[in-house]
Design a protein. Structure first.
Length: 283
């Protein structure tokens, strides 16, 4: 996950048309699914089950939206694999896997807070964040009227407008977003880390959607985001958007495998300082 964005536009390479097509499809699927999830929210929300803890809920809309996404993918690209938050993995024969989160920010969705999004990415290679290459992705937040997308080597956009980070240096005046897992012991440990980090940064934000946190880094709305233990579907599309906007995306240490444990996305001017501060804070 640590590779820097390839600034050669993919459209200039033989991979370009394929990436462009996949990006358009990701936008199409995420936009359609977001409309469906927003409509369902308007009609009322129903918790269908809980997962890792009593606060880790899955709504009827999570399930229905993921089913809709799976149908759209299977119709457009029947031979691709699918890895989704709410269902079994589907294997494929093309080497491409669609990594989908039907509603990232489920707790916000449940409470009627608008910061939730549908996240759709397509990756090449083993469907493992540390080894895959993300080709295209889209994060759509219907309540915020925001459509983010990116293609490998093609840059990132918000509502069609290119995103390009301005260099920022100085951790002490950086706004840092983070998130917490659903298990009590993990949250307690994460609380200790964030309490220590708070003294070294401008402020902390916990907005409730990893996908949107990564897009917020891309849009310069926060200077960095870090979180321990996010799932592949939480970050597949958002990490590409951040990287393509010029953010540094990786793990806590230089070892790539670490990014599976702790995901860090930051303005390149502060990535080293932030990672050092996180290590000092016991992350
Ligand atoms: C969660 C959100 C949250 C993050 C959690 C994720 P979900 O995803 O992205 O911001 O802190 O780690 O699990 O459950 O809403 O899909």
């Amino acid at each position: 996950m640590n590779e820097p964005a390839d600034r050669t536009p993919a459209t200039d390479t033989e991979d370009g048309p394929r990436i462009k097509e996949l990006r358009e499809l990701a936008i199409h699927i995420a936009t359609g699914a977001a409309e469906m999830a927003a409509r369902m929210r308007h009609e009322g929300v129903a918790v269908a089950a809980t997962k890792s803890s009593s606060t880790d809920v899955v709504t009827e809309a999570d399930r229905a939206t993921e089913q809709h996404i799976r149908e759209l993918i299977s119709r457009a690209r029947p031979d691709d694999a699918i890895l989704g938050e709410e269902g079994d993995s589907v294997s494929g024969t093309t080497g491409l896997t669609w990594v989908v989160d039907p509603i990232d920010g489920t707790v916000n969705y449940l409470y009627g807070i608008g910061s939730w999004a549908v996240s759709v990415a397509v990756v090449e290679g083993e469907p493992e964040p540390t080894s895959w290459r993300t080709l295209a992705g889209s994060v759509v937040a219907p309540r915020l009227s925001e459509v983010y997308s990116a293609g490998a080597g093609e840059g990132a956009t918000l509502n069609g407008r290119p995103l390009r980070l301005e260099p920022h240096s100085g951790l002490s005046d950086s706004l840092v977003a983070t998130g917490f897992g659903y298990e009590s012991a993990r949250r307690t440990a994460q609380g200790r880390v964030v309490a220590q980090l708070l003294g070294s940064v401008r402020d902390i934000r916990r907005m409730g959607s990893a996908a949107l946190d990564l897009c917020a880094v891309a849009a310069g709305r926060v200077d960095a985001y870090y979180e321990l233990g996010t799932k592949p579907w939480d970050h597949a599309a958002g990490a590409l958007v951040a990287r393509e906007a010029g953010a540094w995306v990786g793990g806590l240490k230089d070892d790539e495998r670490e990014s599976e444990r702790m995901l860090v996305a930051a303005n390149p001017g502060i990535s080293k300082q932030l990672r050092a501060a996180l290590r000092d804070a016991g992350a």
